[in-house]
Design a protein around this ligand. Structure first.
Ligand SMILES: Cc1ncc(COP(=O)(O)O)c(C=O)c1O
Length: 467
């Protein structure tokens, strides 16, 4: 019972602790939040404190901002729980886990059409960011080794990618000291082109980055055209420049719904590909993959051998330890769905995304930038003039729990403010209808045509119930 008014200092101090909780048990004194508590506390109570506190988070089912999987089948959950304590790097102790890891590399290499005679290889990573860093580092090293053999300077490596790329590409350039040659967007072009790559390329280019499913608009860089350019450059100038395809979100979509699209190892200069399992691989975070066309795409001097886990283990990674769970969950999905299942799921997701795009377009309030032709991403901008912004709209929709990001595009196209819906496996037609209704109500409120707050639609059913 608070009998007296607390002074401000006391009140602030009291926020640094959990206080005695009710009903499920008590602990002595308070439980510190910012220092390791002196005493232990009952498990059930600690569970409840954390569980209840986390209910303040957004609802993952309504999180349409992120590509990340928020639901898996109960059997997959069991595999995850059973294996969460197995360290993936510990090949010697968990040899069968390693066998499964290698099977997935086989599956992905074949999915990405590695030529029959190619000795492809790869590895599980924390996510696409780690995969991209490792791929680009290998390409930098290959470039450096070639240049050194030819007794040429190695102090000015550069890498070409578009401003449509994810921030991990900029991170690579900064962390690994490579000049980023970033192709800007135009107000009406949000990917790179063959010509813009050609303008920037030279003998110090370690790699060209191309995106299959861009983060900003969900489009595709013209990978086949860029490959043609690089074939031509190799023939005319002798520079053998690889392409790394960032298929973080597209790598589990395109092969199943548009297998005829040529973006992968069918193209001779594509030497490495990354994909995130935790996006359309339909696995929870964190797991991604890096596949190299050939083993020798990883320079031998980047591979380390360690013997302290029981047997000499080669490692090419930024992180060492990680749980085996999500890798095994990916294996579960691959066996469970097969090509047929992935195709069905991806087709359904795309249909739901296109359905939502059609509804939104029909409202006449938005211009559609991407209506989910290839990727289940819908990007829209408000038709002008409008007396509110997509930021206000995004904020308003949060009242109902929907999480939809609003953002501006990078330099050159920064005047464009967009809203993006990433449609995932758990986003049904019914949810598309509910989201659309809420978007329309939110727009009306922001336009000033409706006063009330965003609330559930009124029942149109004739029967009414007294509650
Ligand atoms: C195209 C693209 N590349 C890379 C990444 C980074 O992936 P991760 O979160 O798996 O590190 C993302 C994440 O959204 C992405 O969309």
């Amino acid at each position: 019972m608070i009998s007296k008014k607390m002074n401000l200092k006391k009140l602030q101090d009291s926020k640094k602790h959990y206080h005695k909780a009710c009903s499920s048990g008590y602990f002595e004194g308070c439980l510190s939040k910012y220092e390791i508590p002196e005493k232990k506390a009952p498990a059930n109570l600690v569970y409840r404190l954390i569980h209840d506190e986390l209910s303040l988070d957004g609802n993952p089912t309504l999180n349409l901002s992120s590509f990340v999987t928020t639901w898996m089948e109960p059997e997959a959950d069991r595999i995850i729980t059973e294996n969460v304590g197995k360290n993936l790097i510990d090949h010697f102790q968990y040899p069968q886990t390693q066998v499964i890891h290698d099977r997935i590399i086989n599956m992905l290499g074949r999915l990405y059409n590695a030529p029959e005679d190619a000795d492809f290889t790869g590895m599980a990573c924390v996510g696409s960011s780690e995969a991209i860093m490792l791929a680009l580092l290998a390409h930098k090293w290959t470039w450096k080794n070639c240049r050194e053999k030819e007794k040429k300077a190695v102090d000015k490596p550069n890498i070409i990618f578009g401003s449509d790329a994810h921030v991990c590409w900029d991170k690579f350039a900064k962390y690994f000291d490579v000049e980023p040659r970033v192709i800007p967007m135009e107000p009406d072009r949000f990917t790179i082109s063959r010509d813009t790559v050609e303008e920037l390329i030279d003998e110090n280019t370690i790699c060209v980055g191309a995106i299959l499913g861009t983060t900003f608009t969900g489009e595709m860089d013209p990978i086949e055209e860029i490959n043609e350019l690089l074939v031509n450059i190799k023939e005319t100038k002798g520079w053998d420049i690889p392409i790394h395809v960032d298929a973080a979100s597209g790598g589990f979509v395109i092969p199943f719904v548009n297998p005829e699209l040529r973006w992968d190892f069918r193209l001779s200069h594509v030497k490495s590909i990354n994909v995130s399992s935790h996006k359309y691989g339909l696995v929870y975070p964190s797991i991604g993959w890096l596949i190299f066309r050939e083993k020798n795409n990883i320079p031998e001097d980047l591979v380390f051998y360690v013997n302290y886990l029981g047997e000499e283990t080669p490692t090419y990674s930024l992180n060492f330890s990680s749980s085996s769970s999500m890798m095994l969950a990916q294996y579960y999905n691959l066996l469970r769905f097969g090509k047929e299942g992935y195709k069905e799921i991806m087709t359904l997701i795309l249909e739901n995304a296109r359905y939502l795009a059609t509804l939104i377009e029909s409202s006449d309030k938005f211009d559609i930038l991407n209506s989910a032709e290839f990727f289940p991403v819908v990007t829209v901008k408000l038709k002008q003039p409008a007396n509110y912004t997509v930021f206000e709209l995004s904020h308003k929709l949060r009242e109902r729990g929907w999480i939809l990001p609003a953002y501006t595009l990078p330099k050159n196209a920064e005047n464009l403010s967009l809203m993006r819906v990433v449609v995932k496996e758990n986003f049904s037609r019914e949810m598309a209808d509910m989201l659309f209704d809420d978007i329309m109500r939110a727009c009306e409120i922001l336009e000033g045509n409706k006063e009330e707050e965003l609330e559930p639609e009124k029942s149109t059913d004739e029967r009414h119930f007294i509650t």
